[in-house]
Design a protein around this ligand. Sequence first.
Ligand code: ATP
Ligand code: MG
Length: 308
Amino acid sequence: MIQVENLQKSYGNLRAVDGISFEVQEGELFGFLGPNGAGKTTTISMISGLLKPDAGSIRIGDIDVWHTPKAAKRMVGLVPQDVSLYEELTGWENLQFWGSLYDLPRAELKANIEEWLERVGLSDRARDPVAKYSGGMKRRLNLAVGLVHKPKVVLLDEPTVGIDPQARNNIMEIIREIARSGVTILFTTHHLEEAESLCQRIAIMDHGKILVTGSVNELAKGVGDGDIVTVRGPFTSAQFKTVFTNDSIHFLSLADGEAVISTPAVGSGLALITQRLSGAGIEITNLSIQKPTLESVFLKLTGRELRD
Ligand SMILES: Nc1ncnc2c1ncn2[C@@H]1O[C@H](COP(=O)(O)OP(=O)(O)OP(=O)(O)O)[C@@H](O)[C@H]1O
Ligand SMILES: [Mg+2]
């Protein structure tokens, strides 16, 4: 449903999006995961037709976004990272304003507005000016604004940023619901848990490039079938490294005080780790074992954690 080929965008010398290609199938919930500055918003802005690419092509269904932008706009709903609401207008008026840009028949737009106010839980606040809404309420209205014309493709740019866990769950549930109704969804996040729990497939992006694409399971397999062991203690990274120089231990990350290791088979791997450390007199204060997660995939690919 979304086909992106060799997409590029630079700001001056900075390659914000550096030749990326990917496809999102019809009805799929596809996640774009990456740290701050990875190029997620730049990518979404080009797909939604707001920002002109330097090179590459974007197709939505049969439509080339940059050859027939009008047709593409009707099919796509954008929920931007920065909330785009008029504070002095009411919730209803905001939906009316943004919805009127799509040439829907009046009655249809009105029905859509009512439906979306209901779905985001704002029906009883619809007549209040947005200035009186809480942060979470604004996020929910922002979501409804992008969806009010019932697009077939929805682009969500960090729809849960800056809100409390309850409002976040609420928004995630709404996203699941739209996905179930057959809408194709591309959404960006730097929350691993969000991507893991929502998405069928994920692309991990950093420095303008897609590092890897696949289902959570496929990506986790890339780290190996074994387990991830995290060791903490008052050691330096240099001390830690010398202990394992001759072993086939794979460090996902190593810093003073914390080592994250991928072991092929947890039983023997763990025994080796603890034996070596105690043999070298290195103290461990905490040791935990996990199955590979997106966090470990990300660590392996970039050597750093995916945090704000
Ligand atoms: N209008 C602009 N002018 C110049 N540089 C820009 C502009 N917009 C983005 N950039 C730069 O392009 C790179 C990618 O930015 P982008 O906003 O796409 O990242 P992102 O993945 O959405 O990050 P975040 O998680 O912080 O939203 C960053 O280095 C950013 O500073
Ligand atoms: Mg962004």
